[in-house]
Write a protein that binds this ligand. Structure first.
Ligand SMILES: [Zn+2]
Length: 184
């Protein structure tokens, strides 16, 4: 999903087609309703997930849905209303991998301005090696570092998060990483 594709075409209040205009007192183009005056704001969406760790392995999910079906990902997804990023990360891990985790620390914060997203991944303990693919996954599997399918990872935010994890594990010093991904 691109930032541009999220701009609505019709007014959510009255159904009238929207126009691009700079609202009074603002300095950027917005989708504005010329009939009722409603301004449709589009802001980045938070994506929350976990790095579920069991012994020396990390749990990955093979995506059953587009985009990037048949590519491996960490469990994660869009935050719901009234939900904290911490709780959203736990929920997404349950939904995609039927796995229970205990998040230990916020590990990556990755701004993705061109996709209108911010990704938050929590370094987490897998409570037990019990997991199974949820409806959005074809398969879930624990990977050692040497077995990670680097050329079959779904998204650059996942690759970067996994690299940070294995790098920090080598030094034994885990810290929160913040990066900004630019359009490839
Ligand atoms: Zn309207």
């Amino acid at each position: 999903m691109t930032a541009q594709s999220r701009i609505p075409h019709f007014c959510a209040m009255c159904g009238n087609p929207l126009i691009e205009a700079i609202p009074e007192g603002e300095n950027r183009l917005r989708a504005v309703c010329p009939r009722c005056g409603h301004i449709h704001y589009v802001n980045p969406l938070p994506v929350c997930g976990t790095i579920p760790v069991w012994e020396d392995k990390v749990l990955l999910c093979l995506r059953a849905i587009e985009p990037r079906r048949n590519y491996w990902t960490l469990p994660g997804g869009y935050l719901e209303s009234n939900e904290s990023s911490f709780d959203g990360a736990i929920r997404e891990t349950e939904e995609e991998a039927c796995a229970r985790v205990l998040p230990r620390m916020l590990f990556t914060v990755i701004d993705v301005p061109f996709a209108d997203q911010i990704h938050f991944f929590y370094l987490s303990d897998l409570n037990s090696p019990d997991f199974a693919p949820g409806p959005e996954s074809l398969e879930c599997r624990l990977f050692k570092e040497e077995d990670i399918p680097w050329d079959q990872i779904a998204f650059p935010t996942i690759t970067r998060t996994l690299r940070f994890f294995f790098d920090d594990r080598r030094t034994g010093l885990f810290r929160t990483h913040h990066i900004i991904l630019r359009k490839p």
